[in-house]
Design a protein around this ligand. Sequence first.
Ligand code: FCB
Length: 470
Amino acid sequence: MKTTPLEYNKTMREKFPKNFFWGTATAAYQIEGAVLEDGKGTSIWDTFAHTKNKIHNADTGDFACDHYHRFKDDVRLMQALNTNAYRFSAAWSRIQPNGKGKPNPKGIAFYDQLLDALLEAGIAPFMTLYHWDLPQALEETRDSESRGGWANRDTALRFAEYAHLMAQHFGSRVEGIITLNEPLVFTMLGHVTGQHAPGHTDLSLAFRVAHHALLAHGLAVQGIREACKTPVGIALSMSYVEPVTDSSEDVFAANALDALMNRLFADPIYKGHYPPELEAFLPALPENFTDDLPTIAQPLDFLGVNYYFRYLVQTPKANSTAEGVAALLQFAGMPVEIIPEAARGNPTTGFGWEVYPKGLYQQLEKVHLDYAPKHIFITENGAAYPDEMRDGAVHDPERRRYLELHLEQCALLIEQGIPLEGYFCWSLLDNFEWAEGYSQRFGLYHVDFATQQRTLKSSGAWYRDFIVGL
Ligand code: FCB
C-alpha cells in the first residue's frame, strides 16, 4: 500500500534521536541592522554594501531584520517553531570596534541579553564567532608587503584574541562555539571573484587568505579551550562533487574540484596537511607555512557542515575561458567544467541551485569516512524561493519539499550510525543575502522589510510540526 505523505513523515521523524538539536541559523550582518549603534565599529560588509554596483538593488544591511531591537520577539518566533537550538553569529566589530583591544561593554551586553532570552526559552545557543564581517580596521592593517585583512597574518592573531575573550565571557552559557563560517566562501568570493567583501579579485591571494583563516581557526580553538570547556567546531561549506562519467578525465576533474571546495580546509584541520591535489598551489602559501600545520590541526569536538547543492563536473570539452574558482584550477593545470544546474534535469531553487538531497548523504558519508568527526551538525541547509504574500499568508510548498527531502537524507545517515546530532535550517527569517541583497528569501518566516512584520510560511509550519512529530 502507498503510504500517505503524513505517515511517511512520521516514520522518518522517528529515526531522529530524542536529544537531536532542531534549529535555525542566522548571521549578524544578515539580520541585526543597527550597524552604527552602541559603539559598533564598521565591518568590511558595511563598507562593501555601500560600494556602488556591488549589491543587487544597492541593498545594504543597515536595517536588515532590525533583529538588534527585536531579538526578544525573534526568540519567541523560534519558540513558536518548537526549535530547541539556534545558531547565530556575533559581530566582531560590536565587541571590538577596531578588531582589537578592550571589549565594548554595549556589544557584550547585546549578546548577553540574547543569550538570556534563548536560555529562558529553552533554546540551546550555538555561537559563530566569525560570519564574514571583519572589522574594517583590520582590513586596513597592512603587513610589510602592504596586504591587509585576511591576507595579513596579524588578522589570525587578532582573531585568536577575540575568540579567547568571547569564550571567557560567553563560553559557559553556549552549547557550542563555531570559530569560522565557510572560510572557503570568504576566501574565494571575497578575494578571488570579488563578489563579496572585501571585494578583491586577486588569484594570488587565495591561498594566503585560506592559510591565515586556518591559522586563525587553530589559534582560536586553543584560546577557547584555555577559557572554557564548551564544545568547539567550525562550519564548512560542502558540496558533493560528482563526475558526469567515470572516465579517468572526469574523475580527475571531480577530485580536483573536491580538493578545492571540500578539502582545502578540512584536510589541514583533520589531517594536518593540504590536499595533495592542490600541490601546485603550495608556492602561493606564506613562507614556512608548514610550521603552522600542527596549530591548525587542533582536535575538534564537532564539525558543522553547510550543505545546499552538489557540483556535477567534467573535464572541459572545448578551450573555455574559466572564471573564478575554475580559473584557479585551470591555472594549476587542473581544468574543470561545472555542468550548469539548469542542464542537469533536476529542479532548481530561486537562486538557481540544483535541488539534490542525495548529495547531502553522499557528502556526509564521505566526511565520516575521511575525517570521522566525533559529532556532526548540519549547520545550514535551506532554499530560496520567490515567496509572495497572499491574503496574509505565504504558501511555499517547494521549500517544504526541499526541507523534507534533506531531512530524509539526515534520517538515513542517522540510521547508518553516522553521528549527525543537529540540523539548523537556513534561515529563521528572510534576510540580507549578501550580494543578492533582499532578493533571495531563505526564511521560515517571511519578512516584510518595510514594516518588519514577520509571517510564518507554510514551510515553517511544516517544520514546526515535524519537530514535535505531528
Ligand atoms: C551560506 C552562508 C549564509 C547564507 C547561505 C544562503 O553560504 O553561510 O550566510 O547566505 O549561504
